[in-house]
Design a protein around this ligand. Structure first.
Ligand SMILES: [Zn+2]
Length: 125
């Protein structure tokens, strides 16, 4: 999508670093620089293994943890939802375990409730 920022061609399908700047470029112009994002599979071993910046995962029993904490604290869903800027219905679904929270939401819930529902995976160490 978008135009090539080098030659103006309509089909900028790649991102490449050209002279230190990341540009949306077309197939041809990508050859001028170092391709950083390619939608098609990379042929050679040029691409380093993608590193996931965060290995954070929601724990399996997040629903239990949240439910327990909320009932203990007597906090209303309405107030909880407001304090973390989310819809009450969404928060309820998450607490019931029907919807997996995103990491961002999980962090907000952790903060708001003083619980831990994100597991840091340190397997690599
Ligand atoms: Zn181009």
């Amino acid at each position: 999508m978008g135009e090539c920022e080098v030659c103006g061609a309509k089909a900028a399908s790649k991102k490449a670093v050209i002279e230190g700047v990341v540009l949306n470029v077309c197939e041809n112009c990508a050859k001028l620089g170092k391709v950083v994002v390619e939608k098609t599979y990379v042929k050679s071993g040029a691409k380093p293994a993608p590193r996931v910046p965060q290995n954070e995962e929601i724990v399996d029993d997040y629903s239990e943890i949240l439910k327990k904490k909320i009932s203990q604290s007597g906090m209303k869903y309405e107030d909880l939802a407001r304090s973390i800027n989310e819809h009450e219905s969404y928060v309820r679904r998450v607490v019931r375990g029907e919807t997996m929270p995103t990491i961002a939401l999980a962090k907000k819930l952790e903060k708001a409730l003083g619980v831990k529902i994100i597991a840091d995976e340190n397997d690599e160490k």
